[in-house]
Design a protein around this ligand. Structure first.
Ligand SMILES: NC(=O)c1ccc[n+]([C@@H]2O[C@H](COP(=O)([O-])OP(=O)(O)OC[C@H]3O[C@@H](n4cnc5c(N)ncnc54)[C@H](OP(=O)(O)O)[C@@H]3O)[C@@H](O)[C@H]2O)c1
Length: 243
């Protein structure tokens, strides 16, 4: 399978999220042969190509079990990690170093960095080795160190920067087993989901997009990726963001 979803086998981790659900649905609609759609509480599939599975980012055996089951259906053309966290119970982005809290930082890293890294550990070996294959982790522009002129949101920013670095490492390692293997980090834009909900006030007109638009943009970017792009951080419009 080359660049479009038709006939592809894909896995989306975080298919219960705003962007992840739209990604899985659009891959299925585009004719993917099978879209493994993972969530902590998987929903009944809305399309025959969708194959729900359960996993928790903070439970590695659940990721290993999911990968084992996915692998039984054949090698994957595409893995997307669409999970992430910006706020939660007793957890909000820090505005100052005064708000730094060890437990909160550990949560940000557990969900935004370590979980996706463990998904990579168990799914990179499932990518096909005889042709183009893509691993894409949803990151964020604000995880870019070079692009950081605003500060704040320490835990989220740092956990995404660490994810970007890991992704770069995966790209290097993947190339050794498949020169057509591509690993990237993607910025989905500012998207109307529960993750961005509390922070949508004061956004410039037109910046906030529905998850379906973001997912279509991201699938367009993924379709155009070349092996030379592997290891990069790309925005929803295909532009490269500095690490
Ligand atoms: N929305 C934006 O404006 C924006 C901007 C930049 C980057 N991003 C990135 O885009 C990605 C998707 O975000 P979104 O906006 O679609 O957010 P969302 O709607 O809040 O979805 C987050 C997803 O992460 C999953 N998740 C969280 N903790 C998990 C855990 N411990 N185990 C398994 N799954 C877990 C959630 O699963 P449950 O349903 O089980 O909670 C859900 O599927 C994230 O990486 C985010 O950082 C979003």
């Amino acid at each position: 399978v080359s660049r479009n979803a038709s006939g592809a086998r894909a896995a989306v981790f975080g298919a219960s999220g705003g962007i992840g659900r739209a990604l899985a649905g659009q891959l299925a609609e585009a004719g993917a042969a099978r879209v493994h759609a993972g969530a902590r509480q998987p929903a009944p599939p809305g399309h025959p190509a969708l194959a729900p599975f359960a996993f928790d980012l903070e439970d590695e055996p659940s990721i290993a079990r999911a990968a084992q089951a996915i692998g039984e259906h054949g090698p994957l053309d595409l893995v997307i990690v669409a999970t992430g966290m910006l706020h939660g119970e007793g957890l909000r982005p820090e505005r100052s170093w005064r708000e730094l809290d060890a437990a909160a930082l550990a949560r940000f890293f557990a969900v935004n960095t370590i979980g996706p890294a463990l998904v990579a550990k168990h799914t990179l070996p499932l990518l096909r080795r005889d042709g183009r294959a893509v691993f894409a982790a949803l990151s964020a522009r604000i995880g870019s160190i070079g692009d950081n002129n605003l500060g704040g949101w320490h835990g989220y920013r740092a956990s995404k920067a660490a994810l970007n670095q890991l992704d770069r490492n995966f790209a290097i390692e993947l190339k050794r087993i498949n020169p057509q293997g591509i690993a990237v980090a993607l910025h989905p834009g500012t998207v109307d989901t529960p993750l961005s909900g509390p922070f949508q006030r004061g956004l410039p007109e037109g910046q906030l997009v529905p998850p379906e638009v973001s997912a279509a943009n991201l699938l367009g970017v993924i379709a155009k990726l070349e092996p030379a792009d592997s290891g990069g951080l790309f925005a929803w419009d295909g532009s490269r963001i500095p690490y």
